[in-house]
Design a protein around this ligand. Sequence first.
Ligand code: ADP
Ligand code: ASP
Ligand code: MG
Length: 438
Amino acid sequence: MLIQKFGGTSVGSAQRIKDLVKLVVSPTQKIVVLSAMSGTTNALVEINNALYSKKTSHANELISNLKNNYLKVIAELYSKPESLAKATNLITNHFEYIKNFTMDMFTANEEKAILAQGELLSTAMFHYYLEEIGIDSVLLPALNFMRIDANDEPDMNYIETNLKLELAKFSKTILFITQGYICRNSFGEIDNLKRGGSDYTASIIGAAIRSEEVQIWTDIDGMHNNDPRIVNKTHPIKELSFDEAAELAYFGAKILHPTCILPAQKRNIPVRLKNTMEPEAEGTLIANLITKEGIKAVAAKDDIIAINIKSDRMLLAHGFLRAVFEIFERFKTPIDMITTSEVAVSLTIDKNLHLDEILKELKEIAVVEVEKDQTIICIVGQLPKGKPGYGFKILEALKDIPLRMVSYGGSANNISVLVSSAHKKDALMALNKGIFNY
Ligand code: ADP
Ligand code: ASP
Ligand code: MG
């Protein structure tokens, strides 16, 4: 069974929703995963912020603005009065639900429930549209099968069992539609897979049912060699290995959710990136491939915090590094980059949730300095360790950029440097020129 995920822009207007039909209708079974219409999740975040700070009238205004946008979309989407009435009812119900929270208690649970409304709306609207034009489909509620565990990891056994149960109810159905991004947590409450999480949903579903392929349809013709929002000239990459794509996604290539490659990679399911606006374009195939040697792409991950930890004894003295790493582990804070010298270790984290507690404990064993607003620039490809040239080429391209850390040799797919975020744009442009000759 094929999985096709369509992102926010691909369902971003009545016309876009209509245009999806030709991409999803086929004689073979598939599950279509939809994001919220573009702008919706941001608007819901804004509504949450207003509710959290008890700005009720502002929250009401934001809610009615968003509702009006939806009313306009459905007026354009449906031509039959029955469909329009059904969709009006849908929108009224969902926005009444959101409005209830203006009078209620507001905690993290309510926040997540509000964020889930975007995907619930887009999937129901598409399902009604297919119904209007006479195409059978079944709406699978993601909240019935998608679940994360206490560590926020997908609970694959639960997902596999429950998704199969849902699918088994409709053995003759060819087209299933479900919500990306939303899930339940280990307490059974509504939760989500973090921003951009619909890609992750698609890959998790693909892994759960051992799909032949997961397709991520978006607004660009595949993974490009550099961030097209920042540099002028970029090109799409035809093929990436799972490891290369995972590094690019984790280190900031926004086209993919940071961890969405892993479930597909674990079960060796190819992931294809395609452009909804240009379906004939080749896109990018991500699979268990041996790709050509060389640098393929660069990506940048912002909001990085660098922590320098200087020991008053030899760094490699027995037990020091273990003591340092245990502190990060206790606060469930992953470390991205690390470099060491004889007496000091520099490392980076991207979660500042427990920064104060981490620093307090580190200061008990070392002298600690913190630098915020850092960016990791990650250079990805097949870069055999010890082969001359790659390190030089990268550092030469970056010769005018102040580098805070350099990480080389950890993986044969990635060389990373840390720069102050103020230098990110210059660094990406310099790499585009020095490596890709733009
Ligand atoms: P969707 O809403 O479909 O999930 P996203 O906005 O999450 O789409 O991802 C697509 C966007 O990712 C593109 O429009 C592009 O601006 C951005 N992007 C950033 N880095 C890259 C890259 N290396 N290759 C392709 N797109 C990228
Ligand atoms: N709607 C969610 C977001 O905007 C999930 C997604 O688009 O993938 O983050
Ligand atoms: Mg996305």
